[in-house]
Write a protein that binds this ligand. Sequence first.
Ligand code: ZN
Length: 85
Amino acid sequence: MVNVVCISESCNEALPENSTKYCSNRCYKRESQRAYRAKKDGKDYELPVKELNQPKSATVRRGSLYKKFIAVSYTHLTLPTKRIV
Ligand SMILES: [Zn+2]
């Protein structure tokens, strides 16, 4: 899973380089504390997955983008007629 924004529920900051979950130490600590408190109360705490962080199909040959790709007819742009050196 490739996260785009911080996975913390109350934060929508973009992730800095080399970070895969939290934008800052502050978010990490806040979520850790929530999980710790929930565990202490005997509950399960799971972060909701944000829409932005859902994995998407990267290819146009599969998935939801294929039909749109054909309808818009960009196919001629992806087939070069001559090779550029
Ligand atoms: Zn954050």
